[in-house]
Design a protein around this ligand. Structure first.
Ligand code: ZN
Length: 263
C-alpha cells in the first residue's frame, strides 16, 4: 500500500485523521483580537452547555446550534466556525496553515512546514513481522520525526543495524551484512537505495549518529526501507512457507522425487 506522507507541498496525502489517501484543501489563517472585556480565550464547559439547554430565553434553533458548537469545542479538535460576516479584513497569520480532509472533513494544523495537530506521528506503520527491538526504534523515530528528522534518521539507521543482526548477520559491518542479505534474496535495488540514504557505501553514517545532512525526506525513505527489508526477508518467505505447507503432501513428494532425478 502506497503511503503519501502529509506535507504542505501536496494537495493530496494520507489524512492523519482517517488515513484515506485523498484531496486536502488548504487554508490561510486570519485572526481577530479577543474583545476588551474578556481579553483571554474562553472555553465552554458542561455547566454552560446545560444552562443553555435549559434556558427558556434562547430560541430553539439558536440553542441547537450553540450546544452543537460548544460540544464540539469540548472535543479539543479545531474546526471551522460557521462563517461570520465581517466588514473588515482581519490580519493574516503567517506561517500558520490549515488543511482540511475531503473524506473526513477533519482539520490538520501546520506551523511553517510542520504538522502540529493532530499529532506529529508519521503515517508509516511498522511491518507486522518486524522484530520487537527494531519496532521499538522504528516507533520512537515516528514519535520524533516531525520535530527532529535528524534524530529519527539516526534511530532508523540503528534499527537497520539491529534488523541485520535479527536476520542472522554480524551486525558490526552494515555493508557486509547488507551484501550478505542480497545473496540471500534481498533485492539489490534495496542495497542501492540504502547507499543513497547513506546506510551503506562510502558516505555511510554510523548507526545512531546524528548527521547534519539528514532531513525529513531521508528519514521518510529510511522508514520505507526498514519496512521493505522486513517485507522481503521476513514476511515474503513466511507467506511462501505457509503456502507450501498447505499443498498436498503426495504432490510435494512427487515433485521432490522428480527434482532429485534431475540432479
Ligand atoms: Zn480524513
Amino acid at each position: 500500500m502506497k503511503v503519501e506522507t502529509p506535507t504542505i507541498y501536496k494537495t493530496a496525502f494520507n489524512c492523519p485523521h482517517c488515513s484515506a489517501l485523498t484531496t486536502q484543501n488548504w487554508y490561510a489563517v486570519f485572526v481577530t483580537l479577543i474583545g476588551e472585556k474578556r481579553r483571554t480565550p474562553s472555553l465552554p464547559d458542561e455547566e454552560l452547555i446545560e444552562r443553555i439547554t435549559n434556558s427558556k430565553e434562547i430560541p430553539q434553533n439558536v440553542k441547537k446550534d450553540l450546544v452543537l458548537e460548544y460540544n464540539r469545542i469540548l472535543t479539543g479538535a479545531p474546526f471551522f466556525k460557521k462563517s461570520e460576516e465581517s466588514s473588515y479584513n482581519p490580519p493574516k497569520v503567517n506561517n500558520c496553515f490549515i488543511s482540511s480532509c475531503y473524506n473526513c472533513k477533519e482539520l490538520t494544523v501546520w506551523i511553517h512546514d510542520k504538522m502540529v495537530y493532530p499529532s506529529d506521528k508519521l503515517m508509516v506503520l511498522p511491518n507486522g513481522d518486524m522484530p520487537p527491538v527494531v519496532k521499538q526504534l522504528f516507533n520512537e523515530a515516528r514519535d520524533i520525526v516531525e520535530k527532529s528528522p535528524k534524530g529519527a534518521a539516526a534511530l532508523l539507521r540503528l534499527g537497520i543495524q539491529h534488523l541485520c543482526k535479527e536476520l542472522g548477520e554480524g551486525g558490526k559491518n552494515i555493508d557486509k551484512d547488507i551484501a550478505s542479505l542480497v545473496q540471500k534474496g534481498l533485492n539489490p535495488m534495496v542495497q542501492q537505495a540504502l547507499d543513497v540514504v547513506r546506510v551503506v557505501g562510502n558516505e555511510s553514517v554510523h548507526p545512531g549518529e546524528i548527521d547534519l545532512n539528514d532531513n525529513k525526506d531521508i528519514a521518510v525513505q529510511l522508514f520505507s526501507l526498514v519496512n521493505l527489508i522486513c517485507d522481503q526477508m521476513i514476511t515474503h518467505p513466511k507467506s511462501v512457507e505457509e503456502l507450501y505447507s498447505c499443498l498436498p503432501k503426495k504432490k510435494l513428494e512427487g515433485i521432490k522425487a522428480r527434482d532429485s532425478k534431475k540432479n
